[in-house]
Design a binder for this molecule. Structure first.
Ligand code: ZN
Length: 75
């Protein structure tokens, strides 16, 4: 019975993470600190990207710079 509840909690938690990552990918973008290109990152990539709070360790597809980039809300 108790392990059943734990399983439900795990599923709910991962669903919340996936939904928030999808929201993030749709409504936020990143700016490369080196070439100032605006980057849109797919949800699938964000899910496996290391991050500290709202800064994601991303590689810029334009200049190849790998750095922590802050998420910026779409206007
Ligand atoms: Zn760049």
């Amino acid at each position: 019975m108790e392990s059943y509840i734990v399983l439900i909690l795990i599923i709910l938690t991962s669903a919340t993470v996936v939904i928030s990552i999808m929201y993030l990918s749709k409504n936020f973008y990143f700016i490369c600190p080196k070439c100032n290109q605006r980057l849109k990152i797919p949800a699938k990539k964000l899910l496996i990207t290391a991050h500290v709070f709202d800064e994601y360790n991303l590689r810029c597809p334009f200049c190849g710079e790998k750095n922590y980039m802050k998420q910026i809300k779409e206007k």
